[in-house]
Ligand binder design. Structure first.
Ligand code: HEM
Length: 499
């Protein structure tokens, strides 16, 4: 009897507190106690065939800022540019901390960039962005290495030409080219015949992580996963440990070589991320050291950069070429522009051409809008009482720029379902309203690298090849609309015909 009474009282308090909170927060469907809006979210995702269309349904019904209770906690999504800018840029200092999925927090131990908060994360983020900027501006390491990578991989492709056609499993081609480029920027080694096995090993580990990157795995307590779902737990563990061991070994070997005098660090010209880190670490050590500049921190940062940078870029390239072969008139207009600018393809496209390739820029923007790689963006917590659109938020309230919902927002992108690069030429403002790399203090730390990759890859491949579908057109619809991240169709192949 006492048990039933206590349970009823606790339940009544929870319901009362939830009702009070609902009144203060941005609108949304009425939540149930404990399970919140999960039934409505599941139903609308089923009805509209995906999480993003379900978000769009809630946005249309409740406005650009809406609340969904995921279990007992309210989660606020913002699906327009102005409010996101106001919250995450102008007021961004309040939203630096991510809600860390327990399993990743457990593996990363407070280090790295993706699943960390606090001073070590902030310092590593500053350092990473500065290092990438230095590699892009002035010294142009990024451009040189990527153009070299494109040359070498295209030469390999050309060797497989039969009857004037090269049949390409394009997602695998983009995974290899992106993996090799990122590896060369981070640890100074591209993938060639002698170390190709290492690339396949990394791919296998990343695929394992992607398989368990579901809403279930990212919200469940570690002990539950460990004891009741040991295979899922092992998959995450093997993935994170395997990748961090691979990049960590490269860093340790470099350190040994530096100590033994076999390798000399050039302070003015670091050749990759590891070099830049050791140069900074040496400087910090002279001043008593900094907890962000340790081998452990380097290992986890490299791990995060590899995993965050690889699939996102490869998926955008795959999704983009799927769109281009479905929209041949766009492909032709890009090529016409590229030919004009490079004097009929007599030189490769360079980053310096960006101001002249207006149509290519618009096409890449439209590709990124459709590719919009995360169905659900990572959640941030607010660090103190603040307001969003006039609503009062408390410390710990959960919020995000819901990028996927913003990119299908018909009020911003008219006929959002259509693939139409011209929309960006007709209204330049749309370039700012597009936020494929997120916004604010937790936006993508590799944006610079990714933009370099997308521009040079799309531009130079379209200059070299006429790309056609092979046997069937790839689909441009989302393959796994119920998972956290998007996966483009890679069931088909493409034909590359040399120009
Ligand atoms: C087309 C390619 C890419 C896209 C579309 C993309 C997009 C994103 C998005 C949407 C986020 C989350 C933003 C948020 O939480 O609000 C993110 C975070 C991140 N990205 Fe990227 N990304 C790409 C490539 C890269 C590359 C090449 C790297 C590095 C090599 C990278 C490193 C990171 C890191 C470290 C974070 C976490 C930043 C933090 O929490 O402080 N990304 N990215």
């Amino acid at each position: 009897m006492i048990l039933i009474l206590s349970f009823t009282i606790i339940f009544a308090i929870l319901v009362f507190r939830q009702r009070l909170k609902v009144r203060r927060l941005p609108p949304g469907p009425t939540p149930l106690p404990v399970i919140g809006n999960i039934p409505q979210l599941v139903y609308q995702s089923w009805r509209h065939k995906g999480i993003v269309p379900a978000f769009d349904y809630f946005r249309k019904k409740y406005g650009n800022v809406f609340t969904l209770w995921l279990g007992p906690f309210p989660h606020i999504s913002i699906a327009d540019y102005e409010t996101n800018h106001e919250v995450f840029v102008k007021n961004g200092n309040h939203y630096k901390n991510k809600v860390l999925p327990p399993i990743f927090e457990h593996f990363c131990d407070g280090f790295g960039l993706l699943f960390a908060n606090g001073e070590i994360w902030a310092e590593m983020r500053r350092f990473t962005m500065l290092t990438f900027r230095n590699m892009g501006v002035g010294r142009n390491i990024m451009e040189e290495r990527l153009l070299n990578e494109i040359d070498k991989r295209c030469a390999e492709l050309n060797n497989t030409e039969v009857d004037g056609k090269i049949i390409v499993k394009h997602n695998e081609f983009f995974e290899l080219i992106t993996g090799s480029f990122i590896n060369s920027i981070l640890v100074g080694q591209r993938f060639e015949d002698h170390n190709m096995e290492e690339f396949y090993h990394m791919r296998k580990l990343i695929n394992g992580i992607i398989e368990v990157f579901t809403i279930f795995d990212t919200t469940t307590a570690v002990w539950i996963l460990k004891y009741f779902f040991p295979q899922r737990y092992a998959k995450s563990k093997n993935g994170w440990n395997g990748i961090s061991d691979y990049v960590g070994q490269a860093a340790e070997k470099r350190l040994e070589d530096i100590k033994s005098g076999k390798y000399i660090l050039d302070e003015e010209n670091p050749k990759d991320f590891i070099d830049a880190f050791f140069i900074k670490m040496e400087k910090e050590n002279r001043n008593g050291g900094h907890p962000a500049y340790t081998m452990k921190s380097l290992k986890y940062t490299l791990l995060d950069l590899w995993t965050a940078g690889h699939d996102t870029t490869a998926a955008t390239l795959t999704s983009g070429f799927n769109q281009l072969v479905n929209n041949p008139e766009v492909k032709e207009k890009c090529r016409e522009e590229l030919m004009k600018i490079t004097n009929n393809g007599s030189r490769p496209l360079s980053l310096n051409d960006r101001s002249q390739t207006l149509y290519l820029n618009a096409t890449i923007a439209e590709i990124q809008r459709h590719a919009s790689i995360l169905n659900v963006n990572s959640w941030k917590t607010c660090d103190g009482p603040t307001t969003v659109n006039g609503y009062q938020l408390d410390s710990g309230d959960i919020i995000t720029a819901q990028v996927s919902a913003l990119h299908v927002n018909d009020d911003i992108f008219k006929d959002a379902d259509k693939f139409n690069p011209d929309r960006f030429l007709e209204n330049q403002k749309l370039f700012h309203q597009l936020i494929p790399f997120g916004i604010g203090k937790r936006s993508c730390a590799g944006e610079n690298l990714a933009r370099t990759n997308l521009y040079l890859m799309f531009g130079n491949l379209l200059l070299r090849y006429d790309v056609q579908p092979h046997k069937k057109l790839p689909s441009t619809t989302e393959q796994f609309p119920f998972t956290s991240s998007k996966v483009p169709d890679h069931s088909s192949k493409l034909e590359f015909v040399r120009i």
